[in-house]
Design a protein around this ligand. Sequence first.
Ligand code: NAI
Length: 433
Amino acid sequence: MNADIKKVAVIGAGTMGAGIAGLAATKGCDVILLDLDAAAPVAAIERLQAGKRPVITAEHAARITPGSIDADLAKLADSDWICEAIVEDLQIKRDLFERLEKIRSDGSILTTNTSGIPLRDIYAGMPERLQQDIAVTHFFNPVHIMKLVELVPGTQTSDTVMQRLNTFLAADLEKGVVNAKDTVNFIGNRIGCFWMLAGLHKAADAGISMETVDALMAKPIGLPPTGLYGLIDLIGLDVMDLVAKNLAANLPASDPGLAFASLPATEAAMHAKGQLGRKTGGGFYKMTRTDDGGKFMETFDLKQTDWRPMEPATLAEAHQAIETMLFSDDAEGRFAWDLMSATLSYSSALIPEISDDIVNVDRAMKWGFNWAQGPFELLDSIGPVQFAEKVAATGGTVDGMLKVLTDNGHSSFYRNNGTEFLTLDGNYAKVAS
Ligand code: NAI
């Protein structure tokens, strides 16, 4: 192992905690996994070994010691890294960190896996030692598959702690570490959730079918084959509703994402009646098994608010690549421009608020959302100058990194085969591995 972190404690044995504990065990760490009562970690360890593709072997499982928070917290006295992955609730997390601070050793590191609570709210008023030793490690689900971990320091977190975490996550856990800031939803979910929620709102009036929306927002752009609606079916409208509410409460006042920080009316009605997605047997799409063992796919028509047979979309040639799709003057092209220009302009404007550079943003979208290219790589494929011209011609504002690019007379965000990237000051710097 490369880092000095060998003894790991994970608190919370739900989806994320179990995944993090399993990952650490497969990489050779000794792991203590705690939850409210010991039954949850025991069940989690069993779950990790079950199914067609087990996440861990029996040998890995033997490295994970299950326990309960009340009975076993003292065992964390010699842990090197204590990772909190309990329920997303500020007060519950704060109470746990207060207890952890009393039992942990000097030199141990604390992290939270929160997806939306500001780190500064978690450590506010806590002892100085805790404030120097705490960070966010935001893993993506499923932990053993998704490459991304967003690493976020607090204002007092020491450089040593950040370096130790960086080395451990990258070299030992073999994750792709992205340096993010203590801003709402960090990088991946800030841009990814904007794309999803803006997508629902913009698609509602686009005059094209759900199947066409999903076909456009997949392979031609290098996004996963689920497209827009298929992805939200996987995540669930209940989760999207919570995400939207968190954004509404925490986005800065002038943020363009505020316009989309709620479910559109039809999706809100689906949410209200429990039509959430795959977890409830159907959301935007529904699969029924036929008597002969085949599949029958249906689409929920958002205008008729009723099911109809799915009709796979066939895309015209102009819609099969982003650089032609965004400039084609038809309903498909107008929708694609509307959503992708908003998402890419948003990404451009969010530097330096959410990240100091474009590389971390591109990596977050590739490693956390399985985009083949990040926003700035996509802009390079489209042609950033042509993109900026169309933004200006259609009444939009060219700002952030796009403005840096055009003001300095550059024509791409990356150069020299992607080994150099455009920085905020208008120069190019080497991409770190
Ligand atoms: P989960 O619901 O699967 O697990 C949460 C665990 O917390 C449960 O095992 C539960 O027993 C425990 N718990 C509940 N109340 C508690 C309390 N009062 N004290 C201590 N433990 C308590 O949740 P999940 O999805 O694993 O999320 C955990 C954290 O990770 C949350 O902060 C969530 O926002 C974050 N997260 C979730 C992701 C996801 O895709 N599910 C992705 C990234 C972060």
